[in-house]
Design a protein around this ligand. Sequence first.
Ligand SMILES: [Mg+2]
Length: 285
Amino acid sequence: MSIIFIVKKFFVAIMLTIYVVNDTIFKLMDLKRDIDCFLLDLDGTVYFGDRLIDGAKDGIERMKKSKRVIFLTNNSSATRDHYVKKLTGMGIDVTEDDVYTSANATRDWLKTNRPNAKLYIVASPEVQAEFEEAGLYTRSDKPDTVLLTFDKTLDYQKLVKSCDLIKKGAFYIATHPDMTCPVDGGDLPDIGSFMLLIEGTTGKRPDLICGKPYGIMAECIAKMTGVPLSRTAMIGDRLSTDMLFAVNNGIRSVLTLTGETSREDHLKSGMKVDKIIDSIAEWDK
Ligand SMILES: [Mg+2]
């Protein structure tokens, strides 16, 4: 028996072992058994605008029977109360404790790391109030921090003031990076587009971004739920935020095909997610 033959046999055995181990790990990934907490993206995963995705209500009800479920959205244009009302109106039983937005992650980061920051906040009055209720200052005459949210009441004066402060060296925080917000029938300009406008004027990008895919959101979630991130799964429709958030932070990644990503998009991306489902309605099928 030649040495080449033995090396070839050895190589094949190693490859086979790697394949079997990988296959075993893949098979071991069982959402019903291995996950204690599900993070559910909203836009494109649970609903489109005001239209609930078919079967989402039943799928979420089955999930809630034995799992912690957090509705996790980068959309910082509204408060938790808004999302509770919206989801409840769609027939999904939910309280404020079950909803977490990128604005909430930003608020929690600020409370821990910069509790005395003087914020110039670009936000709707309701979202601004949520920060104030947490004891953060949003009405200083001399702000040292610009906080950008997905502000649907954005106007020219807010842009001028933000750019002026950023140019003068204010710490610049954005709640999340999304360029667009999907709604039924199209996309809305989201905070990433605002950031480009500010960058065009000031030459600066945010010093800190809190929402998906960044780690601050993951740290806040783990602290809030007490569930290890390795037993937490993110179900979402966007590779650049939801799935990257999971992959970057040791969270199980579950791509749903109801939103902006198709199987082809996933293949082309080269990103390896843990599981692909047709819809949130099918998570346990
Ligand atoms: Mg989405």
